[in-house]
Design a protein around this ligand. Structure first.
Ligand code: IVH
Length: 691
């Protein structure tokens, strides 16, 4: 037994050592196979002696599939943001101001990594906690996910680190991991991440650390915080941190003048294109902590640091042709086919052109040399034409007048820039698009029915609309080319299982214009049944949270259509859920109560507070009215709201009082089974004190 415990310690040390060699130094000394063998040996020993397993064991790098709600925790040192500039002139003024205030100083220039900020807390050399930036004062504890990132040291080596300190940096997703992830998601029919930054922050908040472990995140550190850091300058502490096992960028420089800083910026503005990860600027920091203290901070950002942001990367390439895609709603999207060009780490061949107006406005012509940029979206956009390179015989672009798929004449709706194909019932991409939308993962989640299969079924006359999915003939299905009995059985099983999909997803799956996932949720929880939505008036619809006039009109239009009504009746007959399921409640504390959540809260987000209201049987209302039983007020609740509440004599609770109230409820089962509980109604305006 002692030998085995000693072996656990030994394996832990060996695995830590080899992780560092692999992830930080990129110089592995052993094969992946040998590494995995040691890891497995340690896993087995930990299973045998769970009490001796270390929370920072290298085995935690592989993650687990336990979902964890992220706790909100306070930062010991707030995480500030940086002031930005895009102009060298402004940067020059910033430098001058500093020199005026404290004389000649040394600046450290660093890359601005484009990921998501993280603060790692270490105690006695072991990783204690990893917290996201959040609002700068509080963030989410994502330690289990961060432990899976190979370049984050779980235990420090070397010496001289303070017993307690924090180190801040950026979690990034290198282009290689990003491309692999999106390729996998595309193959699985899942929505793609728009850029590595979104992918990094999305991954960090994933509920399963096992998933995180496979996404290939990286972490680079650029700031220390603590009461007893070993050195008096930023760069010396970073060098020390490197020796403790952290990944610290070597693409930094100490600069003493505006010229040196500009040279660093100009160099990296070009050279960053060769880096394997995204950067969006250069951060310039005053090196000495004493000088940093003298300069101090504004409410949001330190005065001793600034970010110079690069102009979005753009590339010049030739416009070969334009395709017109028809979406499930009939909307026409022009897409440019380009001569392939390298842009921000990937090869670009297609770009969005938005609509006819945009094309006319920029006077984009076939054969033009055009500028492409990556914005927040997945596909890059054309931002301009290089007129000096235009061919003499080029002609203005002529936008199509008829649908490229079905030949119907295109229409334009008032106030909308896009053209639409009005032929909803017979235009193939619209029919197929609606069915694809219906079966996708976030909607009915019917496995086995991908884009190609749907097209196959449609071409063979097996489906014409979403309702036909529920009367598929097993024999005809299995007889289709490329399908076979096994796939057919798989599809039919998926169809059967979809009957258990909750109402809010069924509502989303219908594909009503503008009713996305979130709107569907709001509608479902407000109206509770499909019939209530179908029969609601424009005004009643617009009363539901997040539903504006445009969405309300689209809903009314949808249900006014006979074909849609027929389809809905078939779906009802098939047994789809048209009624909101009553979830089991955590307690009955708020049953029958209407609550307004207002302002910002210490411990939770507003959405979390609203979820709590529902989980304890209450109903969320958006506006203060006589129907409201009480208000939970966070920081900065609007004065008008407060006044109105006081006038109506509505009780106002603070966050702690609200938490105490829900903690006092009885464990409940379902919403229907519980009766309304009386909440003491204020007989005169009360503020905060209920108990
Ligand atoms: S220092 C008080 N250094 O940029 C200064 N930030 O726009 C704290 N960032 O939230 C930040 N690279 O997520 C610093 N070399 C770098 C950085 C960097 C990227 C991010 C960081 C911060 C954001 C501010």
């Amino acid at each position: 037994m002692h030998d085995e415990l000693r072996r656990m310690e030994e394996l832990t040390k060996l695995l830590d050592y080899h992780s560092h060699k692999y992830y930080i130094e990129s110089a592995p000394e052993i094969s992946d196979f040998e590494f995995d063998a040691m890891l497995r040996e340690l896993q087995d020993l930990e299973a045998k002696y769970p009490e001796a397993a270390d929370p920072n064991s290298p085995t935690k790098r592989v993650g687990s599939d336990l979902t964890s709600e992220f706790q909100s925790v306070e930062h010991r040192f707030p995480m500030q943001s940086l002031s930005n500039t895009y102009s060298m002139e402004e940067l020059g003024e910033w430098i001058e101001r500093i020199v005026r205030e404290i004389g000649e100083v040394e600046f450290v220039c660093e890359l601005k990594f484009d990921g998501t900020a993280i603060s790692l807390c270490y105690e006695n050399g072991a990783l204690q906690r990893a917290v996201t930036r959040g609002d700068g004062r509080r963030g989410d504890d994502v330690t289990n996910n961060v432990r899976t990132i190979g370049s984050v040291p779980l235990r420090l080596h070397g010496e001289g680190y303070p017993s307690i300190f924090e180190i801040r940096g950026e979690i990034i997703m290198p282009y290689a991991s990003f491309d692999r992830l999106n390729a996998e998601r595309e193959a699985a029919g899942e929505p793609l991440f728009a850029n590595p930054r979104n992918a990094a922050s999305g991954t960090l908040k994933n509920q399963s650390s096992q998933v995180v472990a496979h996404r290939g995140l990286d972490c680079t550190l650029y700031q220390l915080a603590g009461d007893d850091l070993p050195y008096a300058t930023h760069h010396e502490n970073l060098e020390a941190a490197r020796s403790w096992g952290f990944k610290i960028s070597s693409h930094t420089a100490i600069c003493r003048s505006r010229e040196e800083i500009e040279a660093f910026i100009n160099y990296w503005d070009v050279e960053r294109k060769n880096l394997p990860y995204a950067t969006d600027g250069i951060v310039i920091k005053v090196d000495s902590y004493a000088n940093q203290r003298t300069l101090g901070s504004t409410a949001k950002a330190p005065r001793w640091a600034v970010a110079y942001k690069f102009q979005a990367e753009r590339a010049l390439t030739k416009l070969i042709s334009v395709d017109f895609q028809v979406g499930r709603t009939g909307a026409i999207t022009p897409v440019a086919n380009l001569e392939a060009v390298q842009l921000a780490g990937t090869s670009v061949k297609r770009a969005s052109l938005h609509n006819a107006e945009q094309i006319a406005l920029m006077d984009i012509r076939l054969g033009d040399m055009v500028y492409v940029e990556k914005g927040g979206e997945i596909i890059p956009k054309i931002t301009g034409v290089e007129l000096t390179m235009r061919e003499a015989d080029s002609k203005p672009f002529e936008y199509i007048t008829h649908c490229p798929e079905c030949g119907a004449e295109l229409v334009r709706f008032e106030g909308e820039a896009k053209h639409y194909c009005p032929n909803q019932s017979d235009c193939p991409p619209q029919i197929i698009g609606r069915i694809e939308h219906f079966v996708k993962r976030k909607a009915m989640d019917i496995e086995g029915l991908g884009g190609e299969t749907i097209e196959l079924l449609w071409q063979n006359g097996l489906i014409h609309n979403i309702a036909d999915i529920y009367s598929l003939d097993p024999i005809k299905l299995a007889a289709l080319p490329r399908l076979g009995e096994k796939s057919a059985a798989n599809i039919l099983e998926g169809v059967r299982a979809s009957k258990d999909v909750p109402f809010e997803r069924v509502l989303f799956a219908l594909g009503i214009r503008f009713v996305g996932e979130t709107t569907a949720k709001y509608l479902a929880s407000h109206f509770r049944t499909l019939d209530a939505i179908a029969n609601a008036s424009l005004e009643e619809l617009a009363e539901a949270e997040e539903v504006g006039a445009k969405i309300a009109a689209a809903i009314v239009d949808y249900f006014a259509d006979d074909t849609n009504r027929q389809i809905i009746e078939v779906l009802r007959g098939a047994g789809l859920r048209f009624v909101m399921e009553e979830k089991s409640l955590r307690s009955d504390a708020l049953v029958g109560k209407s609550v307004v959540i207002s302002g910002k809260f210490e411990g939770r987000s507003r959405d979390d507070m609203k979820a709590l209201v529902e989980e304890h049987g209450g109903k969320n209302l958006a506006a203060v009215s006589a129907n409201v039983d009480f208000i939970v007020a966070g920081e900065n609740m609007g004065p008008a709201k407060r006044q109105k509440a006081e006038k109506l004599g509505i009780t106002i609770l603070n966050e702690d009082e609200f938490m105490a109230l829900i903690a006092g409820g009885n464990q409940a089962t379902t919403k229907q089974e519980t009766e309304t509980k009386e909440l003491p109604k204020a007989d005169k305006p009360v503020q905060g004190t209920l108990f």
